[in-house]
Design a protein around this ligand. Sequence first.
Ligand code: ZN
Length: 81
Amino acid sequence: MNATSSKSNGVASLLCTTLGHRYTVTRRVTNHINEYRCKRCGCEMTDNLSGYLERLDAKSRKINEALAQLFEKKAKRMATQ
Ligand SMILES: [Zn+2]
């Protein structure tokens, strides 16, 4: 991201620590797994396979990418049957 958003992150993340993050869904990976972004501080989270929220980093992004492809294939197969 750009420098402006990381600059404002300090105050925003302080607010988030006290009040909690304000997540919006940024991407639907599967029926059960979504990716979220906090409207305030911009931090990104994802549901993991165990059903917990975890930070969306390079590793979880990769996992979600693979899951999304699997899910899409499965959905297509179901649709043609
Ligand atoms: Zn936040």
